[in-house]
Design a protein around this ligand. Structure first.
Ligand SMILES: NC(=O)C1=CN([C@@H]2O[C@H](COP(=O)(O)OP(=O)(O)OC[C@H]3O[C@@H](n4cnc5c(N)ncnc54)[C@H](OP(=O)(O)O)[C@@H]3O)[C@@H](O)[C@H]2O)C=CC1
Ligand SMILES: Nc1nc(=O)c2c([nH]1)NC[C@@H]1CN(c3ccc(C(=O)N[C@@H](CCC(=O)O)C(=O)O)cc3)C=[N+]21
Ligand SMILES: [Mg+2]
Length: 296
């Protein structure tokens, strides 16, 4: 079998067009322009690439973009003070502090300081709690993007056996919550899981969020399964570098029913969902009906 390729770039472009249309609508209707503030501490090259892409796409959908670049010597107190100002700024509806942060800053303190209603990453404990108890939440962008692609690929997810490999607070755990909310039978695997091969082999849906290049070989995949590869791993390739996922793409594409490529899969959807979350946050803050763009 040869898997369908789930085109995350095309999905993301389509979601951005819908966001742009809604931004237009609330600007002319309510006189409100959604604004997203992105904070980058330090000069990690990968983070700079993401932050630049976010800023550009924010402007492209008609939102206001506020970028704050701080030196990697920034103190936690100074970063918390900036977050306080962004929380109070009525032009700002979404706040994202790019991770990872330099070692003198405790990410938990930072995520805690962001007003939950402006927490477009969905990393605040209030949003994690709201998601896991089935209340209206800001949903983390990466799992939300994965869910949207899975729904588009499979239709109803109820009853599917889903295996999420990875249990981080930003990807694995919220991904499992979203699949559970869509009535999947969910297994969360991690570094202490016994016989990972057999666990993965049982899945109709595999979401890989580990951070180990091609750790999941094709022969672990159940024939016809849908594979969502969250991993973004930069590896050396003939003097240059390239990105690969957590799944061996070539091997898995022979057996899977459908698979996301890396790059061009989950990554672009993550940024599109960030824009969608900013629109949602803006609508909730201003008491406007939030459009349903496939949100959880
Ligand atoms: N496309 C996108 O938009 C995004 C991509 N990513 C990418 O996704 C990947 C995961 O990110 P993140 O969740 O932040 O990573 P973390 O490092 O926070 O978590 C990795 C998880 O993988 C588990 N793990 C590690 N080794 C194994 C193993 N041998 N077998 C099974 N499980 C294992 C860990 O288990 P344990 O808990 O036991 O240690 C942990 O739960 C990375 O490649 C990252 O770059 C991340 C965010 C967004
Ligand atoms: N507060 C915070 N929120 C995040 O959502 C967040 C973060 N910190 N820190 C880092 C991770 C990682 N992440 C990615 C986003 C887009 C791509 C993406 O668009 N990738 C392209 C390739 C980009 C390239 O070529 O490098 C693709 O997969 O096609 C990847 C990774 C968001 N993260
Ligand atoms: Mg995210």
């Amino acid at each position: 079998m040869s898997a369908r390729i789930i085109d995350g770039k095309a999905f993301a472009a389509q979601l951005r067009r819908r966001v742009a249309a809604e931004v237009d609508r609330i600007r002319s209707g309510a006189g409100v322009t959604p604004g997203l503030a992105v904070v980058l501490v330090g000069d990690d090259p990968a983070s700079q690439v993401y932050v630049r892409a976010k800023g550009r796409q924010t402007v492209e959908v008609g939102m206001e973009s506020f970028e704050h670049r701080l030196p990697d010597t920034t103190s936690e107190a100074d970063l918390l003070a900036l977050i306080g100002r962004l929380n109070a700024d009525v032009r700002v509806h979404g706040i994202l502090v790019q991770l990872p942060l330099p070692p003198q800053i405790d990410p938990a303190h930072v995520l805690d300081a962001i007003s939950p209603e402006k927490d477009v990453d969905g990393f605040h404990v209030v949003n994690a709690g709201r998601l896991s108890t089935g209340q209206e939440a800001m949903v983390p962008c990466t799992p939300l993007g994965c869910l949207m692609m899975l729904r588009a690929e499979l239709g109803v997810l109820a009853g599917k056996r889903a295996v999420v490999v990875g249990r981080s607070n930003i990807v694995g755990k919220p991904m499992a919550q979203l699949l559970l909310a869509d009535d999947c039978t969910v297994t969360i695997a991690h570094s202490r899981t016994r016989d990972l091969r057999a666990v993965v082999r049982s899945a109709d849906i595999v979401v890989a969020a580990v951070g180990r290049p091609r750790m999941i070989p094709g022969d672990w995949i159940r024939p016809g399964a849908t594979v969502i590869d969250v991993g973004i791993n930069r590896i050396a390739a003939g003097g240059k570098t390239r990105l690969v996922g957590d799944v061996d793409y070539d091997g898995a594409a022979d057996v899977a029913g459908a698979i996301t490529p890396v790059p061009g899969g989950v990554g672009p959807m993550t940024i599109a969902c960030l824009l969608s979350n900013t629109l949602t946050a803006c609508c909730r803050i201003h008491g406007l009906p939030a459009p349903d763009l496939g949100n959880a």
